[in-house]
Design a protein around this ligand. Structure first.
Ligand code: UD1
Length: 420
């Protein structure tokens, strides 16, 4: 298993380029199941979850071509023959977002068999809302041997009000409704930019969707969708992670190719914490020479503070003067990074859904273990600010969602290397 070795204390300087958003690329790849024509996706990040999705789609009979060389961020998916509309436990257990194929498969093939995801390191993460929504569109759902089986001759448009806001749930049902007979109105939808990006692709494929990116989405069902070409939006979580890296190391970096509009709450909070940033239309420069001040956050659905930035923010405020209270509202059990940060010297008390971080604490390099994708990013950040050497084990978690993180950080002056 690979490990990352980081020697802290170097300010990050220069520029870092942001990749395409993993969380937009995954539903867009699933959307290719809705048509028998090729879908070409540009700005696909080279991360492990994309490879998992390729395997998932290929196992169903789709042809998935990942580009090489100058075309390395392009993928072409042709789902002309879907011989086996199934997502196996082997793949779903490594990536919960595999459940995104459920809606497109029932809509296109009239049947789907998808493994239940089971427990997840950051909490229970059920898919009951995906299932309830599909039933409202007329699908018959049964559960057997750990698998969900869904079937429908043709889905029928309907009214869906989500009991709770769910990102992939919104995306799954949005895709299903594009091929349903009649109009679907979905309320209490997730407003994440990744939902809007998926809707952009679907509309290019011939879908009739209005309101994606707001809490009410209207979909007029069509009988067929066609191929399309689409470029994935930049990854706001990757951008946020590097912005915090700049602030934590007292560096001066320009995070290029991002959309600062998607980072509004984070940038506002960083400003409150004493971090100086400057934006253009597609970049954020962070000038980390100010002393950091404590500032509280509460994670919320978009446009609130993203749960996917909570761990990285915790690493930042270990270095801020005063006490910061971090409240995690989206997932239970998403503080696994706290114990590892504490092993590096951070002063963190956990109390249910709250973490109380007192700073500034002297961080020193240690051997730590990555427990999930964003938790591992917070350990990388802490290691960049720590004295001495940190070795991070189980970096396969970070490879799920960050493209060549060590190369990007090393390009800005970090002393980081990967060992086997
Ligand atoms: C997506 C993101 C993930 C991010 C999360 C919250 C992708 C591929 N992943 O995950 O990075 O951390 O949004 O922003 O886009 N819930 C239910 N029933 C359901 C579905 C969800 O109770 O059927 C609950 C979950 O347990 C959780 C909350 O709703 O407490 C939000 O989950 P959801 O938005 O569905 O997260 P994901 O879409 O899995």
């Amino acid at each position: 298993m690979d490990k990352l070795v980081i020697r802290g204390g170097e300010p990050l300087l220069g520029t870092i380029r942001i990749s395409g958003a993993k969380n937009a690329a995954l539903p867009c790849m699933a959307a290719a199941l809705l048509t028998d024509e090729p879908v070409i996706l540009e700005n696909i990040p080279q991360v492990r979850d994309i490879e998992t999705t390729r395997k998932l789609l290929a196992a169903m009979g789709a042809e998935v071509e990942l580009g090489f060389g100058r075309a390395q961020h392009r993928t072409t998916i042709c789902a002309k023959n879907l011989s086996d509309p199934e997502a196996s436990y082997e793949l779903v257990k490594t990536m919960r977002a595999s459940t995104l194929v459920l809606g497109p498969l029932v809509a296109r093939c009239g049947r789907a068999r998808v493994s239940l995801p089971g427990g997840c390191a950051i909490g229970a993460r059920p898919i009951d809302l995906h299932i309830k929504g599909l039933e409202q569109l007329g699908a018959k759902i049964t559960q057997d041997h750990g698998y969900i089986e869904a079937s429908a001759d043709r889905l029928i448009g309907g009214e869906i009000v989500f009991d709770k806001i769910t990102v992939t749930g919104t995306e799954d049902l949005l895709m299903a409704a594009t091929l349903a007979d009649g109009e679907t109105i979905m309320q209490n939808c997730a407003r994440e930019p990744e939902v809007a990006d998926l809707a952009d692709l679907l509309n290019k494929m011939g879908a009739k969707i209005e309101g994606a990116g707001t809490s009410t989405i209207k979909i007029k069902g069509v009988s067929k969708l066609r191929g399309a070409k689409h470029a994935i939006i930049p990854d706001r979580i990757e951008a946020g992670t590097f912005i915090i890296a700049g602030a934590l190391t007292g560096g001066d970096i320009k995070v290029n190719g991002c959309d600062p509009g998607h980072l509004a709450v984070l940038l506002q909070k960083l400003n409150e914490a004493g971090v100086k940033t400057k934006q253009t239309a597609d970049s954020v420069r962070v000038m980390g020479d100010n002393p950091l001040k404590a500032a509280d956050i509460t994670t919320e659905e978009y446009p609130g503070f993203p749960t996917d930035m909570q761990a990285q923010y915790m690493a930042l405020v270990t270095q801020a003067e005063g006490t910061s209270i971090i409240t995690e509202n989206i997932f239970e059990n998403r503080f696994m990074h706290a114990q590892e940060l504490a092993r590096m010297g951070a002063n963190i008390q956990l109390d249910g859904r709250q973490a109380i971080v007192a700073g500034p604490a002297h961080l020193s390099g240690a051997q730590v273990i990555a427990s999930d994708l964003r938790a591992s990013a917070s350990l990388v950040l802490a290691a960049l600010a720590a004295s001495g050497e940190t070795m991070i084990d189980r970096v396969y978690h970070i490879d799920r969602g960050y493209e060549k993180i060590e190369a990007k950080l090393a390009g800005a002056g970090a002393r980081i290397r990967r060992i086997e």
